[in-house]
Design a protein around this ligand. Structure first.
Ligand SMILES: *Cc1c(COP(=O)(O)O)cnc(C)c1O
Length: 397
């Protein structure tokens, strides 16, 4: 048997393959340079244009650019009027910011377990967790697969709850015939460096409610009165007022310069992501030690992350050991996600323990994300497949 790189063997690949490498092309580099030369660096005309482009891509009424998705989730909770003592239901299988923002508002994150097959929040579990204090639900479209929004919206309506979607993985997603960004009350997207549309740091919040959109624009920039960024523009002096002690959550034109051209390629990139996703699926379905992602009808998956589950009962190693071995083969990997309720802070503060959310734990213990960036070539994908096969051959029982 081939010796693992971890044990001194030759790595499956010579050069380290970075996980989640951003795919930056000449068009956005030119636009960033033009922005720098324009002298307008912070929120300005390019942010306005990116918002217009994003709005028409999503097909929603309002898109407000921010400096992160986390900022979007935080502002959404503010719009929903979440206060100390309220409860907000979300998934334990997400990035920590989804739940952190609930704590920032003084509210309590209430986790509802996920579906074992999809990793998405289970509507039945949401129902079980509703109390008199529940004010909102934050579903997360995990890996780019939409949650069961029909059921979630029905539960929300019956119980007068806000629905705030964490669409950090879901720019391209449709649920049935509806584009994500138009279903819940407010939807937050991420343009972080590893996401499908990249501005380095950045985010967008969408809504079809005029009043909320107006407030979001004020909240994102210190609570200054409408279009305060224009106070330095050629349109002339406009005195501003402070309507609210708002936040510093605005996007820069330098970021929007990237976003405008990233968004132009999003549909083309999805085809590439779909191809790489299929290549992985085809290679791994025949390996009994690996469980591949299930396919679903009536949705469009953003193919943001390709995740496998290791069948640990068939392997002589744990997931972390497997991850270390793959990294030694020069394949960068990610873990999405370690179940939040088992992290130090959440355990200590809310008294969570192993066994509380069995499906989230099942996935958390077994998941590995493989590189899926559109910057990669088919050869890169084949290197990943070969490396996974090699590590499986070594550890299988
Ligand atoms: C990346 C991510 C976020 C945070 O996005 P930022 O733009 O970095 O704030 C939130 N939720 C999920 C599920 C994510 O993956």
């Amino acid at each position: 048997m081939e010796k693992l790189a971890l044990l001194g063997g030759k790595p499956a690949r010579d050069k380290f393959l970075v996980f989640g490498a951003p795919d930056i092309r000449e068009a956005e580099i030119k636009e960033v340079v033009a922005t720098l030369k324009s002298g307008w660096l912070s929120t300005g005309p390019r942010v306005a244009r990116f918002e217009e482009d994003f709005k028409s891509y999503i097909g929603c009424k309002h898109a407000i650019a921010l400096n992160s998705c986390t900022a979007g989730l935080h502002l959404a909770l503010e719009i929903a009027g979440i206060e100390t003592g309220d409860e907000v239901i979300t998934t334990p299988l997400t990035f920590t910011s989804t739940a952190n923002v609930i704590i920032h508002k003084g509210a309590t994150p209430i986790f509802a377990d996920v579906e074992r097959e999809t990793g998405n929040i289970d509507p039945k579990e949401i129902k079980r967790k509703i109390t008199k204090k529940t004010k909102a639900i934050i579903p997360v479209h995990l890996y780019g697969r939409p949650c069961r929004m029909d059921e979630i919206m029905k539960i929300a309506k019956e119980n007068s709850l806000f629905v705030i979607e964490d669409a950090a993985h879901a720019v391209e997603v449709y649920y049935r015939n509806k584009k994500i960004g138009n279903i819940g009350d407010l939807t937050a997207f991420s343009f972080y460096a590893t996401k499908n549309v990249v501005t380095g740091e950045g985010g967008m919040i969408t809504t079809n409610n005029d009043e909320w959109a107006r407030r979001l624009r004020v909240l994102r920039l210190h609570g200054l009165s409408k279009d305060a960024w224009k106070r330095y523009s050629a349109e002339g002096f406009t005195p501003y007022d402070i309507l609210y002690p708002g936040y510093k959550y605005n996007m820069m034109d330098i970021q929007a310069a990237l976003g405008i051209y990233q968004l132009k390629r999003v549909e083309k990139n999805l085809k590439i992501r779909e191809k790489y996703f299929r290549m992985y699926n085809q290679a791994f379905t025949e390996i009994p030690e690996i469980e591949t992602p299930s396919e679903e009808e009536h949705i469009r998956h953003a193919r943001h992350l390709y995740t496998i589950l290791l069948r640990l009962e068939r392997l002589n190693c744990g997931r972390n050991q497997f991850a270390v071995a793959l990294q030694a083969e020069n394949i960068g990997i990610g873990i999405h996600f370690l179940a939040l309720h088992l992290s130090s802070y959440y355990k200590k503060r809310f008294g969570f323990k192993r066994g509380d959310f069995p499906n989230a734990e099942y996935i958390s213990d077994r998941t590995i994300s493989l590189p899926l960036s559109t910057k990669l070539t088919e050869e890169d994908i084949n290197d990943v497949i070969e490396a996974v096969r090699k590590v499986i051959r070594y550890y299988k029982r």
